[in-house]
Write a protein that binds this ligand. Structure first.
Ligand code: SDX
Length: 424
């Protein structure tokens, strides 16, 4: 077995250094010994957007981008999506093992009994304009939750952390539904503890004059699968934000609001909203060739395609396509699906996309399903934030309990003015 080391020859000094290689990495701090003289700060790595930097060790999610593999705690996403509920997978991601029947019952009870929000939250949300973007309301309201639970900043207390984690997992569907009802000018619907996590979400979203809301089983299950697929995805942009904000030891509500803000971006969780706008602009399969040409001319992106890690088909997109069929059985087929399928067919044959390894990602089909379920496009990033809140919290907890982690504070290469004095 060859020695797991890297030898670096510094041609500036003729010195050489041997660094240990662990898990396919060298520690950046091991480079600091490489100096030209005693006053030299030592070598750093320069890695804009952290394209080639492991920021943590994590046991939660494994992705193989070349093979299109996604596993939560070792279980393949395909098997979890096929056989589990979102709350089962949430337990797995958070605690590392699937819950026993007794553990799942207790977990479900706890989450179910934390779904209410303080009445003042309703008043707070009234302050938003009627047409406020739901994601802006979601981010602000999650941050506001930190003011209702001041004890949440005791982040080193295990039991206290768990209470806040359960509160957030339970309350984000309630807040999400309230943003939708606010936009529609409808009264808020209180949680119904007789319903499942996704059934209750549909209740809070769509209950009208009926005494008791009954969710369509196929839609309830489709949402469960969509929430499982969106639950976690290792060190993506918003998770990195969660870890970085959380590293200052702020409470998890404030950190989650920051992570949701990162997710809101059109290159990240906001992409599903952009996909629907793109499909609507294309309007007809006849217009696809011209649209593709504009993308190839650099006049825009094929939203919902491409991924920093997946250089193969996003396994979640494959599953979501199957969920779409189940949903359209109930809602009727969304005509935009024909445009999406034709776009995918063309893109998968076109050298421009093949050479850049651009495949459909999780956002390409999810919006079509949400639209068919009656959700407005602006709600799509919120639909991503609901399940990802669980992933952010699991990653946050792993960071808090990782003895190697400290407050995140990268270095820089200074390229500005050298010292200069103000004109006298
Ligand atoms: C999510 O990280 C995660 O895990 C995220 C996520 C999760 O679960 O948390 O999976 C969720 O955010 C999925 C991604 C959703 N975003 C989109 O669908 C927006 C469209 N996609 C892109 O903007 C882009 O593909 C990214 C942001 C997703 C990834 O970009 P990278 O890795 O920084 O790659 P890049 O922008 O450097 O692109 C490489 C090349 C470039 O071409 P050249 O300059 O070399 O000629 O590919 C091109 C890009 O222009 N390219 C695209 C494209 N994506 C990349 N060209 C057309 N359409 C696209 N969608």
């Amino acid at each position: 077995m060859p020695e797991q080391t890297l030898t670096i020859a510094d041609n500036r000094t003729g010195e050489s250094y041997t660094l240990p290689i662990e898990n396919g990495t060298v520690r950046a701090m091991d480079l600091r010994q490489i100096k030209i003289d005693a006053d030299d700060f030592g070598l750093m790595t320069y890695d804009p957007a952290l394209m080639n930097t492991a920021s943590t060790r994590s046991a939660i999610t494994f992705i193989d981008g070349d093979k299109g593999i996604l596993e939560y705690r070792g279980y393949p996403i395909e098997q979890l999506a096929e056989t589990c509920s979102f709350l089962q997978v949430a337990y797995l991601i958070l605690f590392g093992e699937l819950p026993s029947e007794k553990q799942l019952a207790a977990w479900t009870y706890d989450i179910t009994h934390h779904t209410f929000v303080h009445e003042n939250i309703k008043t707070l949300m009234q302050a938003f304009r009627y047409d406020a973007h739901p994601m802006g309301m979601f981010i602000s309201t999650v941050a506001a939750l930190s003011t209702f639970y001041p004890e949440a900043n005791e982040v080193n207390d295990v039991e206290n952390r768990l209470v806040q984690i359960k509160r957030l997992i339970a309350k984000v569907p309630t807040i999400a539904a309230y943003t939708f009802r606010h936009n529609r000018g409808l009264r808020y619907v209180y949680p119904d503890n007789d319903l499942s996590y996704t059934g209750n979400f549909l209740n809070m979203m769509f209950k009208m004059t009926e005494t008791k809301y009954t969710a369509n089983r196929a839609l309830e299950r489709a949402l469960d699968v969509l929430f499982i697929l969106h639950a976690d995805h290792e060190q993506n942009c918003s998770t990195n934000a969660m870890r970085s904000i959380g590293s200052s030891r702020v409470d998890p509500y404030s950190a989650t609001a920051g992570a949701a803000a990162a997710l809101y971006g059109p290159l990240h969780g906001g992409a599903n909203e952009e996909v629907l706008k793109m499909l609507s602009r294309i309007e007809n399969t006849r217009n696809i060739p011209e649209f593709i040409q504009r993308v190839k001319n650099g006049e825009g992106k094929l939203m919902g395609f491409g991924h920093r890690v997946y250089k193969n088909y996003d396994p979640r997109a494959r599953i979501i396509k199957r969920v779409a069929d189940d949903v359209f059985e109930v809602t009727g087929r969304n005509r935009l699906l024909d445009i999406a399928l034709e776009l995918e067919r063309i893109a998968l044959e076109d050298e421009y996309f093949i050479s850049r390894k651009l495949y459909p990602n999780v956002d390409f089909y999810s919006g079509i399903i949400y639209q068919a379920m009656g959700l407005p496009v602006a709600m799509f990033p919120v639909m991503f934030a609901i399940p990802r809140t669980l992933g952010w919290l699991a990653q946050w907890q792993e960071m808090i309990t990782d003895s190697e982690q400290k407050i995140t504070r990268p270095r820089q290469i200074f390229v500005g003015h050298p010292r200069r004095d103000l004109p006298t």
